[in-house]
Design a protein around this ligand. Structure first.
Ligand SMILES: Cc1ncc(COP(=O)(O)O)c(C=O)c1O
Length: 398
């Protein structure tokens, strides 16, 4: 049966990880993998998560099933974290939330719901977008198309081009937008631009689909949720996939959620019932452990405050690294403008250098980044900032 299956090449990022691990050079720097790293280069278990987990283990008396929509307390807390506790759409009872295996599970579940609601639907994604959007959405049978987004000449968003492209979409086309901390470019929309996108979506009757995987790591927990809050207040429908991998440090626990906004409480209920059925057909029930950790953090004032402090520390570290990297690049590479590095937000930046230079960074300087020139800023350390900036200057010079 399986003889005809061909070997596929592994994901480029996995190859990069393996090459980094195998490199014996002590100067090696990993700017490839998309996980937060602290000053020691580690991806720590957050203290708030460790305390919540210890309490969970002490209190848990059963491992019996929870449900297809997951941990109800987690869903309530996540809804408040995304939209704020007093959001008008919550008061209107139009939001429903389903726990999913990570943000990836939320994206996939949303894709299945879209296909069920309108089988021929196309999802429009930014150029570029997170590489995994393609299989996560495309494997469910949805067609993906691209709209212009990143302007390599400024390191920002090509906003007029993006808007002109969205303007041409047919009614009911689905538009996937990164709510904050765009992956892979770090280029985000301003609040004014979000308002303009909102008006366009409303006027053209488009369907907004937000992906928020880095809440808290860009401008703060509230600021980063600007788009879902605005859209849910102003639009009839919305899909919003969220992840607890980065901001709760729960990567391997596979913790995330899908929020849906219906045009009425009845429509929201119908969406929820379909989501529960779709989830049952994919993973049956999401893993509870990470969700229960998050629920415990967000329902305990002291743990919440401690977690918020940890998120602030992660954000401030990334912001400080951006400033320091820019300083170093200005020193070693004065002929080139890297000013976009401090304008971009979240963990990622596109350095805007070519593939041959990226290959040389790897082979000559042991600095690992993906071929599109995305760097994980959190992968930098005080000790290697100057080394990285000097290496970038060297490969750009010769
Ligand atoms: C843009 C984006 N969306 C969603 C995710 C989902 O992450 P996870 O499934 O680990 O929660 C990620 C993780 O890297 C991401 O970068």
């Amino acid at each position: 049966m399986f003889e005809r299956l061909e070997q596929v090449t592994p994901d480029a990022i996995l190859g990069l990880m393996a090459a980094y691990r195998a490199d014996p050079d002590p100067r090696k720097v990993d700017l490839g993998v998309g996980v937060y790293r602290d000053a020691r280069g580690e991806t720590p278990v957050l203290a708030a998560a460790a305390r919540a987990e210890a309490a969970l283990l002490a209190a848990q008396t059963t491992k019996t099933y929870v449900s297809s929509v997951g941990n109800v307390g987690f869903n309530e807390q996540m809804t408040q974290l995304t939209f704020g506790a007093a959001h008008p759409a919550l008061k209107a009872n139009r939001i429903r939330t389903v726990q999913t295996p990570g943000g990836c599970g939320a994206l996939r579940l949303a894709a299945e719901l879209l296909r069920l609601a309108a089988p021929g639907t196309k999802v429009h994604v930014s150029t570029p977008t997170w590489a995994n959007h393609e299989p996560l959405l495309g494997n469910s049978g949805l067609a993906l198309e691209r709209y212009p987004y990143f302007d390599a000449s400024t390191g920002g968003v090509e906003f007029p081009l993006m808007m002109a492209s969205l303007e041409r979409l047919p009614p009911r086309a689905v538009v996937l937008l990164h709510a904050s901390c765009h992956n892979p470019t770090g280029a985000d929309l301003s609040e004014d631009e979000w308002h303009a996108v909102l008006e366009l979506i409303r006027r053209r009757d488009l369907v907004p689909f937000l992906d928020m995987a880095y809440q808290g790591l860009g401008g703060g927990l509230e600021a980063d949720a600007f788009a879902p809050r605005l859209f849910a207040a102003e639009l009839p429908e919305l899909l919003c996939a969220v992840s607890c991998s980065k901001n709760f440090g729960l990567y391997r626990e596979r913790t995330g959620a899908l929020h849906v906004l219906g045009s009425s409480p009845g429509s929201a209920d119908a969406m929820l019932s379909q989501l529960a059925r779709l989830a049952r057909g994919m993973w049956s029930m999401p893993p509870d452990h990470g969700a229960e950790i998050v629920r415990r953090i967000l329902t305990d004032a002291e743990l919440t405050a401690s977690w918020q402090g940890e998120v602030r520390t992660m954000r401030e570290r990334v912001v400080a690294l951006r400033q320091k990297l820019l300083q170093q690049l200005r020193e070693y590479c004065p002929q080139r403008d890297f000013g976009f590095i401090t304008r971009q937000r979240g963990m990622f930046s596109f350095l805007g250098i070519g593939t041959p230079e990226i290959r040389r960074l790897r082979s000559e300087h042991h600095i690992y980044l993906t071929d599109d020139s995305r760097i994980n800023v959190a992968g930098l350390r005080e000790e290697n900032l100057a080394y990285v900036a000097r290496a970038v200057a060297q490969v750009l010079k010769s």
